[in-house]
Write a protein that binds this ligand. Sequence first.
Ligand code: 5GP
Length: 203
Amino acid sequence: MNKGILVVVSGFSGAGKGTVMKALLEKYDNYALSVSVTTRNPRPGETEGKEYFFRTREEFGKLIEEDALIEYAQYVENFYGTPRAYVEQQLAAGKDVILEIEIQGAMKVKEKLPEALLVFITPPSMEELKKRLIGRGTETMDVIQSRIARAHEEAQGMEDYDYLVLNDQLEECVERMHQIIQSEHYRMSRNQEFIQKIKGEIL
Ligand code: 5GP
């Protein structure tokens, strides 16, 4: 069985990554979404183990010590990290595993696992992003301001990603993501085993 692809998805806060990923998982069954650990408080409607595993700073520190996280980063004032075990199991089972993480974490993954596929999702404009952040109504104006400031920083790193995906229409965005990931399976470098096998058969 082919190993799955590790897909790192980033984008400005409010770009709609969460909605796109949820729709992608609902539509196709070859994807697994990694649930991260965070030290931030749950937003209304968020539940333990679904959006995140909510942990104290102390518990988060322990996970780092145990090397139980593939990567972790501080975002605004909280820590976020990707649990290793689930990702490794799902990749081995042939699933394409999606990490919805911010840019520092994405760069760490790229360094450790160069075969990861990095996708950056963006809204059509900054104006649209601000509208979405304010419209979400779950954050204070202060937090919104720091997230916009962070967007400026993240924009500097966009070019280190492999693909840019515009989130204008949800359905179209989901299809773009799906096509990009599925095309990646045909990349020569991901098919070394088959290449060696068929070359061997010629002789
Ligand atoms: P939020 O608080 O809005 O849920 O997430 C804030 C940011 O943290 C988002 O950009 C989100 O993608 C990112 N994030 C979520 N989980 C992880 C993780 O495990 N690692 C890293 N590096 N970033 C994460």
